[in-house]
Design a protein around this ligand. Structure first.
Ligand code: ZN
Length: 288
């Protein structure tokens, strides 16, 4: 399937982690079960980070134990450290992700250490996951712009991406956390990354704060990228990036890709139903 593009659904993690309301565990489970019927190959289900950092996702283990797994879906989670990984392994997470930032200040505020030490800290996590045959994805946040430092040098992004792949990540998702990346800037980032990595090692993760996300996705497609992260209903944002809006809306990405003649294998009707639930979760914090 040469014209297949993979949409990686982020809403239960990237979406819900930034909602003010704590969504009841059972409502999260219902939401993820519903998402499981849309045709996604992967759903980022939760995050095994300290409950002190992300109280919204403190129930990651309960969520993983409660969901009805669709055998065609891989259920993934963020695991920043070995404790998180151990907890993830206990509940049979299919795939994990580690995350670094491309800006020093953001890294210190978000992950509590500089870029270099954050990457070093992933080493035992990645090694242990791979030993357990769990694929590891890497995220880089603030690839275009940092809320504290402004524009980010694309060279730094490509250096981190290359390191993450060399450490064992099967793919690195380039996150425009603030949504300020223009198509021109995105192209520069891609050019740097494609100097050191092939397009199948890269994915696009765009927030839609300034309505650049779809244009940036088109730039990525033109450069051979075939995986994009999105959230139904455009849920969420980033708690450490003030004012940042949610991930680009899954429905919009799907529509764009279909218009351009790509296959995504998603059920448009079911995604639409999930978007409505997402908006309900956002509005009053409940599923029904
Ligand atoms: Zn995000």
């Amino acid at each position: 399937m040469n014209n297949f593009i993979n949409i990686f659904e982020m809403s239960p993690r990237d979406g819900l982690q930034n909602e003010k309301n704590f969504i009841a565990t059972n409502d999260k489970i219902k939401f993820i079960n519903k998402l499981s019927l849309c045709g996604f190959r992967k759903i980022e289900t939760s995050s095994f980070v300290s409950a002190r950092w992300v109280p919204q996702l403190a129930d990651a283990s309960e969520v993983f134990m409660g969901i009805k797994r669709n055998e065609n879906v891989k259920y993934t989670a963020l695991t920043p450290n070995e404790i998180g990984l151990d907890n993830a392994l206990k509940v049979n997470v299919d795939e994990i992700a580690v995350f670094a930032a491309a800006s020093e200040t953001f890294s210190i505020k978000n992950i509590n250490c500089d870029i270099e030490s954050s990457i070093l800290r992933f080493e035992p996590v990645i090694n242990k996951a791979l030993k357990n045959k769990i694929p590891v994805r890497g995220y880089i946040s603030c690839v275009a712009h940092c809320p504290y430092e402004g524009n980010v040098d694309p060279k730094i992004v490509s250096q981190i991406a290359e390191k993450l792949v060399n450490m064992g990540c099967y793919e690195v998702s380039l996150g425009d956390t603030t949504g300020k990346g223009s198509p021109d800037h995105t192209l520069k980032i891609l050019e740097e990354c494609l100097n050191v990595l092939t397009p199948d090692k890269l994915a696009g993760h765009f927030h839609d704060t300034f309505k650049n996300a779809l244009k940036n996705i088109e730039v990525c497609i033109d450069n051979g990228i075939k995986t994009f992260d999105s959230s139904v209903g455009g849920l969420g944002g980033c708690p450490y990036s003030p004012g940042a809006e949610g991930n680009v809306d899954t429905e919009k990405v799907n529509q764009l890709l279909l218009l351009k003649g790509y296959q995504t294998n998603l059920d448009i009707q079911k995604i639409n139903e999930c978007s409505k639930i997402a908006l309900k979760l956002k509005k009053d914090g409940t599923y029904d």
